[in-house]
Design a protein. Structure first.
Lengths: 178, 605, 279
């Protein structure tokens, strides 16, 4: 279901404030996305996965709050970047097409891991490309945070046995409602 | 036999010519309308002879002399050049029903005129004017026993440069019935004068030539018209429908052409934009009904007009309007059915589909105008009901009303306190479909902040969210039924007239011929009550029971082969035991005389 | 993501989402289209109450209730007609029509032709998954001829529609194609579509994860940005669209037709018309 992490083009920031605004936006989007995924799984009665995504939403929410705290005054008016909505998704947002109503915890967590890995790569790339030492430093911290997230997800993953080969078997046929 | 001229008559005098009395004896039918006299004339012809225009001119001329009248038309299927008949009934008082027979038939030619045979009752008191060059007179005309006057109209027309046979005919008719030729000429001038001065001059000459050539026969003459209380109108049922809708506040029309409703759309196309509205032609009736749902959802009182086949197409989306509680009016100008039927002929056979056609339990409103003039009030009222009840109203007009032109006294203005209940206040916890006591819940108009909701055909809860829960389904069904049950439809639900143990119960366009028949019956001493329903659905059982108090026998009269109205009454109303259903389909109009005969029969023990 | 914080936007995408949780299958492309719609509205800074979303019947047509805008979930195939009436009566609103390939091109086919022809200022988003999903898997007018179904064993044998060609031939002023896998890209197309006056048609390839996963999971490698820039020349557009592989994404045609919007001429009281009848 998941591909190898694709590299994300590192952006250029003109100031620390911009960097934090962007980082915040990434976490806001990630948290919102996990909430939407959790809602979908809840509507489809896959409570276990819904809980995983809600947990991820909460983790990203905490990370969002942490960034806001760290950014402090550097954040312009305390707001995340109001970037153009017509660009690509951020590195921590799961593609909607990666879901399956019968998906297993391992599959959900692998999705989360993939997101975290992409975030690591993203912040590493920002740190590398930054000319402002402050940005490089903060980006480095973000990358470290995301690496910790990867470890944490791996620990969580380890709790689950490997997936049943018939994980997507559903004896009920599809029903239509209209 | 000598000529008679209107202008020579002292006011109020009447002379009954010999021929009328003979007809009375022979036919034993009503020969005169409740107004002291009326005169029915039919012009027939084909191939672009100008029968329709001539008929209109005759009516206009008589109108300008103060008379009232009604005009209907029949045609062959050709788009142009077909056989045509223009039927004009002139009277000294307003009439809105065809009479029982024709006093004069003027045939410009005989091409395919037998098509109209059943619609042209003639008898020995009638007069046929024909052109000897037209050839053999068809059997049905010869067999009528009518007097025949031959005038070489085609030859006379050729004798006038640019002269038309229809103008010759008008001259003849004017002379016969005692209309001044000048009135005819003025009517022609009003319609073409400015555009074509040479044609006007030729017409003028031809009219005079025709007048001089009129045969010297006695023709019933009309009593002078009474002075009108107020101004008068010349209007068709379709125009009256459009005007009523406009007065009702319609601001959007989406429609698809269909006979005999197209004139409503065409009238509104020029009228509506002058009054702050717009009309859009749709690609089909499926689009029409949905366009008006959309416009109404957006806050604009909306309407469409169609006929039976179009109404059939709209049925699914009418259900959507019921379920999502969207106000709208669909005018069905009924024609003979089923299926394509006879597009140019009237019938009252769409009652079933209008009332029962929607799938599911989908209560809504069905109205029916009682006359050409009543199309205005009923259309205006229908808009009022739709807006007040947030539901579709199907108004069942028909071809006999829609395409008939009448001259009437200007109707009184009626004002309805029409107000759509819209969301105006706090939006906290707004529920579009909250089950109120009246059943009517405030509708948020798009643009109003905080009122956002999704209207839906899916069964929904009070908020409008789709729901398959029993309590929501029942709750919303109850709400939509309650809003109709709880509404006071007021006095317009029916026209009730007179007293007696005998009652005539009818609806829609059957009302006018019945009205004339009832008046005649009363003049002859028969006590009879007339109940004409303008509101078909929802039913008004308590009101009808009150109206039928003391009635022992009811004649139910309608223009439907299967007796749709009668069966509807039986299903939903308490009627006396003695019910006489009188129903026949189109295409022939119900005439006062036949109705009178039924009443006479019904009055006997 | 555009890295430069732009001017403060009045609304966020979340402002356009209602509290109703979508019932679309996890993995369905329509989730992405909903988010793209929200983002587009935020980009356009339209107050949610000024937007109306009109739909027909089908999975994609469920979208109005998932938005915080005014909505109408009408009957099968008639969304364009309903939206046309709404927009003509209320030109002040932004009216977005949402439909699927069955609702929009089969039962809705006639209204599609005439909506393009009329060129009313609407934005029409069709979520095309080449199937009737809600009724469990019948071919639609855009389904491949050899796709086997219960109702058409072995495939219909019928060539699919080219909806973009039909839109062009019928007069649509803006024609674009998107892929649900690119949310930002779809948002951009919707923004352009709304901004362009007249009838704007956006076909969004939106895979059906339940009934067509095998065939459609490969779409993300098949879609590609259109090689040539958008054109305003209908003849050029016609050639391109007729030879289109079905996976070119982007704005493909943007014409110059004026939108149709009948307007009242005056605001007289109805009694003004009485002179027509008065004798």
């Amino acid at each position: 279901m998941t591909n190898a992490p694709q590299p994300v083009e590192p952006p250029k920031f003109n100031s620390v404030a911009e960097f934090f605004a962007q980082a915040l936006a990434i976490e806001v989007e990630a948290a919102e996305r996990y909430t939407l995924l959790a809602d979908q799984m809840e509507v489809h009665n896959n409570k276990e996965i819904a809980a995983i995504f809600r947990k991820m939403a909460s983790i990203e929410g905490e990370h969002r709050d942490e960034i806001a705290r760290r950014a402090g005054n550097a954040l312009v008016a305390g707001r995340s970047a109001t970037f153009s909505w017509t660009g690509p998704d951020g590195p921590e947002a799961t593609d909607f097409d990666q879901l399956h109503y019968l998906m297993t915890p391992r599959q959900a967590l692998r999705l989360a891991r993939f997101n975290e890995e992409r975030a690591v790569k993203y912040f590493e790339a920002v740190a590398e490309a930054a000319t402002d030492p402050a940005i490089a430093a903060f980006a480095g911290e973000m990358a470290e945070d995301e690496r910790n997230h990867v470890v944490w997800v791996d620990e969580w993953l380890a709790k689950f046995a490997s997936d049943d080969p018939n994980w997507d078997h559903d004896p009920d046929p599809p029903v239509h409602s209209e | 036999m000598s000529k008679r001229y209107f202008s020579n008559l002292p006011a109020g005098s009447r002379r009954r010519p010999q021929s009328e009395e003979r007809a009375n004896e022979q036919a034993n039918v009503m020969t005169k309308s409740p107004s002291p006299t009326s005169l029915s004339i039919v012009l027939t012809g084909s191939g672009g002879a100008g029968v329709m225009t001539a008929g209109q001119t005759l009516l206009d001329a008589a109108t300008s002399c103060g008379f009232y009248g009604l005009m209907t038309r029949s045609t062959g299927p050709q788009i142009r050049g077909g056989e045509a008949a223009a039927m004009i009934r002139l009277s000294s008082k307003p009439v809105q029903s065809p009479g029982d027979r024709f006093d004069i038939l003027l045939a410009l030619d005989f091409e395919n005129v037998q098509r109209f045979a059943a619609e042209l009752p003639l008898d020995s008191a009638s007069l046929i004017i024909a052109d000897p060059a037209a050839g053999e007179m068809p059997g049905f005309l010869k067999d009528s026993g009518a007097a025949i006057g031959l005038v070489p109209m085609a030859k006379l027309a050729k004798g006038v440069a640019g002269g038309r046979i229809s103008m010759i005919a008008l001259g003849i008719l004017a002379r016969l019935i005692g209309l001044p030729e000048a009135a005819i000429i003025a009517a022609v001038a009003a319609s073409i004068g400015r555009k074509k001065p040479e044609a006007l001059a030729a017409s003028e000459k031809a009219v005079l030539v025709g007048a001089e050539a009129a045969p010297d026969v006695a023709v019933p003459k009309l009593a002078p018209p009474s002075a009108p209380r107020q101004g008068r109108w010349s209007i068709t049922g379709n125009e009256a429908t459009g005007f009523g809708a406009l007065k009702g506040g319609v601001k959007f029309v989406g429609g698809y052409p269909i006979t005999p409703a197209t004139e409503i759309l065409e009238w509104m196309a020029h009228a509506l934009p002058q009054c702050g509205g717009v009309l859009m032609q749709a690609e089909d009736e499926l689009a029409s009904i949905n366009m008006i749902i959309g416009a109404s959802y957006g806050g604009a009182p909306s309407l469409t007009a169609t006929a039976g086949p179009g109404l059939s197409l709209m049925i699914e989306s009418l259900g959507l309007a019921v379920a999502s509680e969207i106000p709208l009016v669909v005018v069905d100008v009924m024609r003979s059915g089923p299926s394509t039927g006879i597009a140019t002929k009237s019938e009252q056979s769409d009652l079933n589909i209008a009332v029962y056609g929607l799938h599911g339990d989908a209560p809504h409103v069905v109205t029916a105008p009682l006359s050409v003039a009543d199309c205005l009030l009923t259309a205006q009222w229908s808009v009022h009901l739709a807006e007040s009840l947030q539901t579709p109203v199907i108004m069942l007009s028909d071809q006999s009303l829609g395409q008939a032109r009448v001259v009437i006294d200007r109707p009184d203005d009626v004002v309805f306190p029409t107000k759509r209940l819209v969301l105006e206040g706090p939006v906290e916890g707004y529920e579009r479909y909250v089950p109120t006591e009246s059943g009517v819940s405030p509708m948020a108009v798009p643009g109003f902040p905080g009122g956002q909701y999704t209207a839906d055909g899916l069964t929904h809860n009070a908020r409008g969210t789709p729901s398959s829960q029993a309590k929501d389904h029942v709750g919303q069904l109850d709400k939509r039924q309650r809003k109709l049950d709880a509404f006071d439809f007021g006095e317009h639900w029916a026209e009730i007239d007179g007293e007696g143990e005998l009652a005539v119960l009818t609806w829609g366009s059957s009302s006018e011929p019945l009205r004339e028949a009832v008046a005649e019956a009363r003049a002859g001493g028969i006590k009879v009550k007339l109940i004409a329903l303008r509101l078909i659905a929802p039913t008004q059982p308590a009101r009808l029971t009150a109206a039928l108090e003391g009635v022992k026998r009811v004649l139910v009269v309608e223009q439907s082969h299967a007796g749709q109205f009668w069966r509807y009454l039986r299903a939903h109303y308490d009627l006396p035991d003695d019910v006489v259903p009188i129903h026949c389909p189109g295409p022939l109009p119900i005439r006062p005389g036949e109705a009178f005969a039924h009443i006479q029969k019904g009055a006997r023990a | 993501m555009n890295m430069i914080p732009s001017a403060e936007k009045a609304f966020k995408p979340a402002d356009y989402k209602s509290s109703v949780k979508p019932v679309w299958c996890p993995g369905c492309g329509d989730h992405s289209v909903l988010l793209a719609f929200q983002r587009a509205m935020a980009e356009l800074a339209l107050p949610p109450e000024q937007v109306a979303v009109v739909s027909g019947i089908g999975c994609s047509s469920r979208i109005p209730a998932y938005t915080n805008c005014y909505g109408f979930h009408g009957v099968h195939g008639r969304a364009l007609a309903l939206a046309s009436g709404l927009k003509v009566a209320r030109p002040d609103l932004t009216v977005v029509v949402a439909s699927g390939d069955g609702d929009g091109f089969s039962i809705g086919g006639n209204h599609f032709l005439h909506a393009c022809r009329r060129n009313i200022d609407l934005t029409y988003v069709v979520m095309d998954n080449r199937i009737y999903g809600m009724t469990k898997g019948q071919p639609s007018p855009t389904t491949e001829p050899d796709w086997d179904t219960a109702i058409a064993p072995g495939g219909t044998g019928l060539s699919p529609f080219h909806p973009l060609v039909i839109a062009l031939a019928s007069g649509a002023n803006f024609i674009a194609r998107g892929f649900s896998g690119d949310i930002g890209g779809c948002a951009k197309l919707i923004v352009e579509a709304v901004r362009t006056p007249g009838f704007s048609f956006v076909q969004i390839l939106s895979p059906c994860v339940t009934f067509r996963e095998d065939q459609q999971k490969g779409w993300k490698s098949l879609v590609h940005a259109a090689i040539v820039p958008e054109t305003d020349d209908p003849a050029r557009a016609a050639r391109r669209l007729m030879t289109d592989d079905g996976f070119n994404v982007g704005v493909l045609y943007r014409g110059k037709r004026q939108p149709y919007q009948p307007k009242p001429l005056a605001d007289f009281a109805p009694s003004h018309l009485e002179t027509e009848f008065a004798i």
